[in-house]
Design a protein around this ligand. Structure first.
Ligand code: FAD
Length: 225
């Protein structure tokens, strides 16, 4: 399977870094072709603007989606955006590895979505959700938290983790046609012993070894939140 892993963490020796390396090694050892977007290493610019494009539709008023449509028709994406678009189009499974920051994606990963999920080539013209451009592809979000698991239950002080992740699952991934797998969550790695963290890495590796056989999430089950 063609697998793209997109990750961002400010520290390569972090637990997220270890999860990212575990995923690369496990998936490659199971015969998958793996491409990566390590946004920290790439110094990926997360801020959108005219530099997303080599073409210009309206020089007087910058409207990103209008420029995206124009660039789609005229092969007009800047090199860094074009390279990410090609990886996105190539993959059959996409994995995002990140620490949960303020109940969401860290800004650089969010900025990657802002710049790469472009109107025209990635969504639009009636192509969203079940008719999305990327229907047939799967996505897995793999994340760590600071808070413990019980704080992310429905009656916990943070609330239901699936509701917190819904903007990512529904608003980003499913919006452009991906089916989503059950998120992989390591709660509070900083509170664990080294042995417990190593076991978490082994648990992730075991899961990834069988990832191609996994069923996608029925989003209807948490649509109401
Ligand atoms: P690290 O602190 O890097 O790692 C934990 C430990 O694992 C370290 O001791 C490290 O040395 C060790 N380790 C690394 N590699 C290995 C290995 N191979 N084997 C064994 N041990 C290893 N938390 C929330 O719950 N909700 C929030 O909304 C939230 N918002 C945040 C916003 C900001 C701006 C910040 C900075 C943090 C926020 N947090 C939040 C906390 C954050 O989610 C956690 O700190 C983060 O997820 C922990 O993962 P890490 O990779 O950074 O862990």
């Amino acid at each position: 399977m063609n697998i793209l892993i997109v990750t961002w963490h400010p520290e390569p020796a972090s637990f997220n870094g270890a999860m990212f390396r575990t995923a690369c090694e496990t998936l490659q050892s199971h015969g998958h072709e793996v491409r990566i977007s390590n946004l920290r290493e790439m110094r990926f610019d997360p801020v959108s603007g005219r530099h997303n494009f080599s073409t210009v539709k309206d020089p007087l008023y910058f409207k990103q989606q209008v420029e995206e449509m124009h660039a789609t028709e005229n092969n007009g994406f800047a090199g860094d955006v074009e390279a990410e678009l090609e990886k996105l189009e190539w993959c059959e499974l996409m994995i995002w590895q990140f620490p949960l920051w303020w109940f969401g994606l860290p800004a650089v990963l969010k900025g990657w979505v802002d710049r790469v999920f472009v109107m025209g080539r990635v969504y639009g013209g009636g192509k969203i959700y079940e008719t999305g451009v990327f229907r047939g592809k799967k996505a897995l979000i793999s994340l760590t938290t600071g808070g413990p698991a019980e704080s992310y239950r429905k009656d916990g002080f943070n609330g239901d983790i699936m509701a917190i992740l819904r903007p990512i699952h529904r608003g980003m991934l499913q919006f452009v046609g991906f089916d989503v797998l059950t998120p992989h969550i390591v709660y509070g790695p900083v509170r664990m012993t080294d042995d417990e963290r190593r076991e978490e890495l082994a648990r992730y590796s075991r899961r990834l070894a069988g990832i191609t056989a996994e069923a996608v999430i029925d989003v209807g089950r948490y649509k109401a939140y």
